[in-house]
Write a protein that binds this ligand. Structure first.
Ligand SMILES: Nc1ncnc2c1ncn2[C@@H]1O[C@H](COP(=O)(O)OP(=O)(O)OP(=O)(O)O)[C@@H](O)[C@H]1O
Ligand SMILES: [Mg+2]
Length: 382
C-alpha cells in the first residue's frame, strides 16, 4: 500500500452524502474516489470492474440489496477489498470482518476521520489477504557465487510438485534465471507490465511457464532495462502474486541495495545462503547487523549452508558464532550433478531426486511447505 493511491468506491443512494464524501476527499491526494454506485445490486460488479482497495457502504441503503448484504457479497467475491460501513448513531452497526465489515464510520464525521479510517482499512486488508495462504521467500547473500540461483530454482521446482509456485528473477540486471533456464529472449519479463496500475489479469501475460511446471517472472533481457523497474512496481507485483500462488520464491543479486531490500522487506522468510568461505561469512555477518538495525525479527531469517561438506578447515559452530545465527539447512556439494543440470536447465531435484544434494534441497522445500500449512489451515492443494 505504501506510496500508492488508495482506490475508494462509494455505495451510497443519498446524493448529499456521496457529495459530502467527495468534497472531504477533494482536499487530499492519497485517496482516489473512483465512483458512486447508487444501488446495492450493482456493488459487486462495480467492485470487480473498478478494483477498489476499499468500499464505503451505506448501512441504510434502500432497495433490494441491503448494506449488510453488499458487505457480505464483497467479502465473498473479493476478499482482499476492505469495507467500511457508514451509518448514523440511531442505527448502530458493529465491526465484523467475517461478514465484510472491517470498520464502522458514524455520521457526522470529519475529513480526518474519513481518510484515517480508509487508510487503516486498506492497510489491514492488504496484510490480511497477503497472509492467507501464501509464502514469499527471498534467497539472499551479499556475496556472489554461493548458489542462490541454483538453490532458488531447485527449491521452487521441488515445491512445484505439490503447490502453485512462481519464481521471480530478482537479479534484475543480469537475469540469472534467464541464463540458467535458457529462456528465449522474447519471453516476457517484469518490464512488460503496465506502468500505471498493475492488475491481476496482467500477470498471466508476463509470466513464463517453465517445463517443470512452475511459473517464472523474469528479469528484463537487457542490463539497462533494470532501471525501468521501480520499487513500487515490485511491491505491487508481489502483492498480486501472493493472491495467485502459494509460494513466491525470489532469487536476488549479491547486494544489499534498494532493489534487493524491496524483495527482503516483502518476504515472509529470508533464506540467507553462505558457504564455508571467509568472505561469505564476513559479509553475511555484516548484513545480519543491518537486518537487526532495520528491525527484521530473527524468525524472518533462516540460513542455508551450501556446499556444507566443503568446510575448508572451518568449523560449523564457529560459522554460526560469526554470523550470529544458527545454520538451519545444509546442502552438500555435487559439482558434477549441478553442472550437468544447470547446463541442461533442469532441476536436479527432479532428475536425481535420490542424490544427497537433492535430498538437502527437498528438506528445505518440505519445511517451507510445513510453514505454509501452519499459517493457512485451509490450504488448497493442487
Ligand atoms: N551445492 C553445490 N554443489 C556444487 N556446485 C554448486 C552448488 N551450488 C552452486 N554450485 C555452483 O556454483 C556456481 C554458483 O552458483 P549460482 O549461480 O547458483 O550462485 P549465485 O549465488 O546465484 O551466484 P551469482 O552471484 O552469480 O548470482 C555455479 O557454477 C553452480 O553450478
Ligand atoms: Mg545468481
Amino acid at each position: 500500500m505504501s506510496g500508492e493511491q488508495i482506490r475508494l468506491l462509494v455505495v451510497e443512494d443519498v446524493p448529499q452524502v456521496a457529495s459530502h464524501v467527495r468534497s472531504l476527499l477533494n482536499a487530499q491526494s492519497q485517496i482516489k474516489m473512483l465512483d458512486v454506485v447508487t444501488s446495492g445490486d450493482r456493488a459487486v460488479p462495480s467492485v470487480s470492474e473498478m478494483k477498489p482497495d476499499v468500499v464505503l457502504v451505506d448501512a441504510l441503503l434502500q432497495g433490494r440489496v441491503s448494506g449488510q448484504q453488499v458487505a457480505d457479497q464483497i467479502r465473498k467475491a473479493e476478499a482482499h477489498v476492505g469495507v467500511i460501513m457508514l451509518t448514523v448513531p440511531q442505527n448502530p452497526v458493529s465491526e465484523d470482518p467475517d461478514r465484510g465489515i472491517d470498520a464502522v464510520l458514524k455520521m457526522p464525521f470529519s475529513g480526518f476521520d474519513l481518510t484515517t479510517m480508509i487508510r487503516k482499512v486498506a492497510e489491514s486488508r492488504a496484510v490480511e489477504s497477503s497472509r492467507s495462504g501464501s509464502l514469499v521467500v527471498t534467497l539472499f547473500s551479499p556475496k556472489g557465487g554461493v548458489g542462490r540461483t541454483t538453490l532458488a530454482y531447485n527449491i521452487a521446482v521441488a515445491l512445484g510438485q505439490n503447490h502453485r509456485v512462481c519464481l521471480i528473477d530478482g537479479s534484475l540486471q543480469f537475469s540469472d534465471l534467464r541464463g540458467l533456464l535458457r529462456v528465449p529472449a522474447v519471453a516476457p519479463s517484469i518490464v512488460n507490465l503496465p506502468t500505471d496500475r498493475i492488475r491481476e489479469q496482467d500477470l498471466g501475460d508476463v509470466t513464463w511457464r517453465d517445463p517443470s511446471g512452475i511459473d517464472l517472472l523474469l528479469a528484463p533481457p537487457r542490463v539497462e532495462m533494470a532501471e525501468m523497474v521501480t520499487t513500487r512496481d515490485i511491491e505491487k507485483v508481489l502483492s498480486l502474486l501472493r493472491q495467485l500462488y502459494e509460494f513466491v520464491i525470489i532469487d536476488t543479486r549479491a547486494a544489499l541495495s534498494e532493489d534487493v531490500l524491496v524483495f527482503l522487506d516483502s518476504a515472509d522468510l529470508i533464506l540467507q545462503v553462505l558457504t564455508y568461505d571467509s568472505m561469505a561469512i564476513r559479509s553475511l555477518a555484516m548484513a545480519g547487523e543491518t537486518f537487526q538495525a532495520i528491525g527484521y525479527p530473527p524468525s524472518k531469517i533462516a540460513t542455508i549452508l551450501n556446499r556444507s561438506d566443503a568446510s575448508g578447515g572451518f568449523d560449523k559452530a564457529d560459522v554460526e558464532g560469526a554470523i550470529g545465527s544458527r545454520i538451519d539447512y545444509e546442502v552438500v556439494s555435487d559439482g558434477h550433478l549441478v553442472l550437468a543440470s544447470n547446463n541442461e536447465g533442469i532441476a536436479f531435484v527432479t532428475s536425481s531426486p535420490e542424490s544427497p544434494i537433492a535430498q538437502g534441497v527437498s528438506r528445505i522445500a518440505d519445511s517451507l511447505a510445513a510453514h505454509l500449512a501452519e499459517r493457512s489451515p485451509a490450504l488448497t492443494r493442487r
